[in-house]
Design a protein around this ligand. Structure first.
Ligand SMILES: NC(=O)c1ccc[n+]([C@@H]2O[C@H](COP(=O)([O-])OP(=O)(O)OC[C@H]3O[C@@H](n4cnc5c(N)ncnc54)[C@H](O)[C@@H]3O)[C@@H](O)[C@H]2O)c1
Ligand SMILES: N[C@@H](CC=O)C(=O)O
Length: 493
């Protein structure tokens, strides 16, 4: 059965790049297959564009910028709202596409479509509130103020783990600000991005405003970073690639936003009910099979409740189902590819060889070669890979701690600083630990922390800038200061 036959609207499945409002093949004839990670079957093919085609995309985005920025802001925002409506109306097909190419269970994919769409609505509204300021003048007979203007063309490079929402969180903000965008999705998950392009066109977003380019990742990124006409780069992905792109943007002094890796601590205070905290930790660890920048990677439990916590965690983890995300009642789909499985196995082996205890996790039960059964390790320590590396896999590591000062030190003992979880009801402990944590986001007694109103982002090597919230649009706006002199009548008024 072909992929398009699984969709109620087969035109959402596109195997071309989308440039200047046209479905575009690669002029060099290079193509790459895209695989279903659950079955290993090829879902389709995508073209790799040639270098001059990437440059032609910049030409198109440059031409479209002139008209898009000149539209009245409410006209731009109406089109974004039409895009939002289409995302909602096509939720089921978008979710099916996502599960097929990414592997996440269908209910999670539906959740991501909702989540991704919510950013489009949010920025359609925020676009109308890009206010400048009036500045009381210190210059005689002058009026001073600021105007917000779009930066220009924005290049958006995105990962495979959230193939739709990581695009809309950037693209909607940029487009609401008046920018045109060039999206380079991950090669593993291009079809969600191309479906977004199809729906953008139907929503009346003009040619050249939303473009999707496909190709060799280092080559495409190098061209976009070196292009002086591209004024902003927003990247979500690994810290390794983020560093590379930051360097590549130096020559053209671009605006750079980076949403990079995480290595979230999950801290459990001594006052917590161990069962409640363990169930929350399982939810925070295993979403998207652990392939989430917010995944609880280091679970730090007060020594007084450690053993009970481990017991409840293991019990809850044992109930998780692993399988093809298109089947009902599946909690964990496959990992994205075989290398991810190998990396997960290496992290587990490393931990065990250095003294961690394997409580549960039998890989002989894996239902296919890209699947990894959930693993629980205890006695995890600082010298193990699992402590320092983002595992991006369903591997949970638990460690006991003695007091608040020790757990703060342990939690901050990482180059990453994206998100942290804290479970305790002691308000003094909450305030002390919350303030001491070196992370961009701290969630207290809640697994869910994200959404459109939230300034999402990290500190340290987890990134630069914030997405979403009231400041997310600022990544795509310049502040122009003006001084209107020789007015005669305004001084002192
Ligand atoms: N902070 C956040 O908001 C957030 C959200 C989602 C994912 N992530 C992070 O993303 C990572 C997982 O995603 P991934 O494996 O797709 O990341 P990745 O860095 O390998 O790839 C991200 C994007 O960069 C491209 N790319 C890969 N190698 C490149 C190179 N050498 N030069 C230029 N571009 C290149 C890829 O094709 C993809 O489009 C994890 O580290 C995760 O934490 C962060
Ligand atoms: N879950 C994150 C994406 C990280 O991988 C989000 O909500 O943005």
């Amino acid at each position: 059965m072909t992929l398009s036959s699984k969709l109620s609207d087969p035109r959402l499945f596109r195997q071309y790049a989308y440039v200047d409002g046209k479905w575009t093949h690669g002029e060099g004839g290079r193509e790459e297959a895209v695989f279903d990670p659950a079955t290993g079957e090829a879902l389709g093919h995508i073209p790799w564009l040639e270098a001059h085609q990437i440059t032609a995309t910049v030409d198109a985005a440059e031409a479209a910028f002139v008209h898009w920025r000149a539209l009245r802001v409410d006209e731009r925002c109406e089109r974004l709202l039409a895009w939002y409506d289409l995302l909602q109306a096509n939720r089921e097909d978008l979710a099916t596409l996502m599960t097929l190419e990414q592997g996440k269970p269908l209910p999670d994919a539906r959740g991501e479509v909702e989540y991704g769409a919510s950013f489009v609505r949010w920025f359609a509204e925020e676009g109308k509130r890009t206010f400048g300021e009036t500045i009381p003048s210190h210059i005689p007979n002058a009026a001073l103020g600021t105007i917000k203007e779009p930066v220009g063309i924005a290049a958006l490079i995105t990962p495979w783990n959230f193939p739709l929402a990581m695009i809309t969180r950037k693209a909607a903000a940029a487009m609401a600000a008046g920018c045109t965008v060039i999206v380079k999705p991950a090669g593993e998950t291009p079809f969600s991005a191309l479906a977004l392009a199809e729906l953008a066109e139907r929503a009346g977003i003009p040619a050249g405003v939303f473009n999707v380019v496909l190709g060799d990742p280092p080559e495409v990124s190098r061209i976009l970073c070196a292009e002086d006409r591209v004024k902003a780069l927003s990247f979500t992905g690994s810290t390794r690639v983020g560093r590379l792109l930051l360097e590549q943007c130096a020559n053209t002094v671009k605006r750079v936003s980076l949403e990079l890796g995480g290595n979230a601590p999950f801290i459990v205070g001594p006052d917590m009910d161990p069962k409640e905290a363990a169930f929350a930790a399982v939810a925070a660890k295993f979403q998207t099979a652990g392939q989430d920048c917010l995944a609880a990677d280091r679970i730090l439990v007060h020594e007084s409740i450690h053993d009970a916590f481990v017991e409840h965690f293991a019990e809850r983890m044992a109930a998780l189902t692993v399988g093809n995300g298109l089947e009902p009642e599946i909690d964990l789909g496959p990992l994205i590819h075989r290398q991810a499985v190998e990396k997960a196995a290496a992290i587990v082996d490393d931990a065990i060889s250095k003294g961690a205890t394997l409580v549960a996790g039998d890989q002989s039960q894996a239902p296919g070669e890209n699947f990894f059964m959930p693993v629980l390790l205890t006695d995890v320590t600082h010298d193990m890979k699992i402590w320092h590396e983002e595992s991006f896999a369903p591997v949970a590591g638990i460690t006991a701690y003695a007091d608040d000062d020790q757990v703060i030190e342990m939690a901050n003992d990482t180059e990453y600083g994206l998100a942290a979880y804290l479970y305790t009801h002691d308000i003094r402990r909450i305030w002390k630990i919350l303030r001491a944590l070196e992370f961009g986001m701290v969630s207290v007694n809640s697994v869910k922390m994200t959404g459109p109103p939230v300034p999402f982002g990290g500190v340290k090597h987890s990134g630069l800038g914030r997405e979403g919230g009231v400041t997310g649009i600022d990544e795509y706006l310049e502040t122009k200061y003006y001084c209107l002199g020789a007015l005669g009548s305004v001084s002192g008024s």
